[in-house]
Design a protein. Structure first.
Lengths: 130, 482
């Protein structure tokens, strides 16, 4: 499975809509096979989702994401783990070991019972989950 | 009377003096911050939130208790955080920022437009210990501004023209009707954007929207792309592959350039629309298609039917609801709005602060006919944005073809200024002719105040008919009008 983390300054980028870099992790059975960073160029929802699809991303881990961008990613069958915050390295490690759902990675105001937040929208199943 | 410690006495006297001058006590400052409708928060040098007023809680939806101590960008979630943080700039340069526009994303995924101002926080010795940011929710202002401008936005389509408004008005009914839709319009007019807007307003919006450009693939590939194939269907088909109809299941499929498909494929498509079933290549079973079809063409399908190039029965199945997107040259009043829309988006993406285009640039943009429509205008603005180093896009930043194309032949040796005056004159004459010489309507279409239009007409020495094109019964001229 290929997981993309929207990153900035060593942390999860706070707003996916304007994020400029992705860390791509190729994960299989709890093992990190490959990690690299790439720029994220497209700006509008459809193009941005298309760019992630072309990169072969199965799951996106990001900070705040607005509805049009989330919907565009859904059209490309890309899972989204949103409203995530924290150190990018820690989040990547948690992703590989399947421990990203912990409260420590949720953005303020986005905890359990706070509605849509820290949402994990799954469109398909495959590989180890974050 | 017993006196207190000297330092305490001096402090008490100092506070009394300040009170007498109207300076609020520390506790009163908190009361003031809690009573205002602008959000205010402060950060330390580590970018951790140190205070968060009531309005900040309301606008962001984040309780104070969850904000204090957290990283500013994780709480505020602003479009400027990553590339153009106003507070970072203030801390670096010492210069406050006032009223910078941006947006934040709340916990429901909604964008809230805001304006931001910043200030430095200093300790008693004048050392910078952090920053303060004030932000105002502009949602209501934005809504009012759109209404005042007569601007409409559906999805990524923006317009203030009557012809597009008619389209936007019927969009909700079209979206909810489930009918097959045919969108006709020249290249670059936004047919796919309209289709996406229909999908996003329909009950299928949480399901996929799948776009297929029928003109981009040869027929054999298009068939397998649309309907998929089973392993072994042909050489190289080593596994099953779902087609676009399968990927769009429950949602919407957008068939662009439908006029380009072959007669054989037209027949297969007709069956899908009639019976809502299809067979993947090499399949022995039939698949059901719960997919809404939106088709698009930049030609006249009716003419293609008459020429025998398009099946009449398929045309009737596709042409249930027909929407026509007008070309940009027929709604030039949208140019100003679209230019503003593209520049705002480019500013956001590239972290710049280009304020707009000069009047001469707008005149050039208004004079062009846009065979490539909105997409062409977008490319032109992006070109100008990339070349402009200042805060406005000037004529020399535009593609050379745009400037050179409009030079009047009767001024073969004209310098740059004469060419621009000529182009500006053409744009004004064109707007006046399109609006029956109604000066007010022409000024609105050109995006200028009518007094500016009068000044330019006079400066350019343009000769116009005496009547101003307004309806009968109104005064022919108001004082100061030409």
């Amino acid at each position: 499975m290929r997981v993309a983390l929207a990153v900035w300054d060593g942390r999860i980028s706070p707003v996916f809509d304007v994020a400029t870099r992705l860390r791509l992790l190729d994960v299989e059975d709890g093992l990190l096979l490959r990690s690299r960073e790439v720029p994220l160029v497209a700006s509008d929802p459809a193009s941005r989702a298309g760019e992630l699809a072309r990169l072969g991303v199965d799951r996106l881990v990001c900070g705040a994401i607005s509805v049009p961008f989330d919907a565009a990613l859904a059209m490309h069958d890309i899972d989204v783990v949103s409203f995530v915050s924290g150190n990018a390295e820690d989040a990547a490690r948690a992703c590989v070991t399947g421990r990203l759902r912990r409260e420590r990675f949720s953005m303020p105001g986005c905890g359990v019972g706070a509605g849509r937040r820290f949402a994990i929208r799954r469109r398909h199943r495959g590989g180890r989950r974050c | 009377m017993k006196q207190g410690h000297p330092e305490v006495e001096r402090s008490r006297k100092s506070r009394k003096a300040e009170q007498a001058r109207g300076v609020p006590l520390p506790g009163q400052t908190d009361i003031i911050l809690e009573s205002i409708s602008d959000g205010v928060f402060t950060v330390d040098r580590e970018w951790r939130i140190t205070s968060f007023n009531r309005a900040a809680e309301t606008i962001t939806g984040i309780p104070r208790g969850e904000a204090i101590g957290r990283r500013c960008s994780d709480v505020f979630r602003c479009s400027m955080c990553e590339t153009d943080c106003a507070l970072r700039k203030t801390l670096d340069t010492g210069t406050p920022i006032v009223n910078r526009s941006a947006f934040i994303v709340d916990a429901s995924g909604h964008r809230v437009p805001i304006s931001v101002s910043t200030a430095l926080l200093r300790d008693g010795r004048g050392r910078v210990v952090g920053g303060a940011e004030t932000f105002r929710d502009l949602s209501v202002v934005e809504e009012l501004r759109r209404k005042l401008e007569g601007r409409f936005q559906v999805g990524d389509l923006v317009s203030c023209s009557a012809s597009m408004r008619r389209l936007f008005d019927i969009l909700p009914q079209v979206a909810s009707s489930e009918s097959t839709v045919l969108v006709e319009g020249e290249t670059g007019t936004g047919k796919e954007l309209l289709a996406r807007a229909i999908h996003a307003s329909s009950r299928r919006r949480s399901r996929p929207f799948v776009a297929v450009n029928c003109g981009a693939l040869p027929d054999t590939l298009l068939e397998s792309e649309l309907f998929g194939y089973r392993a072994g269907a042909f050489t190289g088909a080593t596994r099953n592959k779902p087609g676009r109809f399968a990927l769009a299941e429950g949602g919407t499929i957008f068939l662009d350039e439908i006029g380009e498909i072959s007669p054989a494929l037209q027949l297969r498509l007709l069956r899908v629309l009639q019976e809502r079933t299809y067979e993947p290549l090499g399949a022995t079973t039939t698949e059901r298609a719960n997919v809404r079809v939106i088709a698009a063409t930049n030609k006249s399908l009716a003419a293609a039917v008459e020429e025998g190039a398009f099946r009449q029965d398929l045309f009737y199945r596709v042409n249930v609801v027909r929407l026509v997107v007008p070309p940009l040259r027929e709604r030039k009043e949208d140019i100003r709005l679209l230019v503003e829309h593209f520049i705002t988006r480019l500013n956001r993406v590239q972290g710049r602060n280009v304020s707009g285009v000069t009047a001469e640039t707008m005149a050039l943009l208004m004079a062009h006919d846009y065979p490539g429509n909105v997409r062409e205008l977008e490319n032109i603005i992006e070109h100008g944005f990339a070349l402009s180093a200042s805060d406005r896009i000037e004529p020399q930043h535009l593609p050379s073809a745009l400037v050179g194309q409009k030079a009047r032949p009767m001024i073969p040796d004209a310098g740059r200024d004469a060419i621009l005056r000529s182009v500006e004159g053409d744009a004004i004459r064109d707007a006046l002719e399109r609006h029956g010489f109604n000066r007010l309507a022409a000024a609105r279409a050109l995006g200028v105040h009518k007094s500016t239009l009068f000044r330019r007409i006079k400066a350019l020495g343009l000769e116009l008919p005496a009547s101003d094109g307004r309806s009968k019964g109104s005064r022919a001229n108001e004082p100061g009008e030409l």
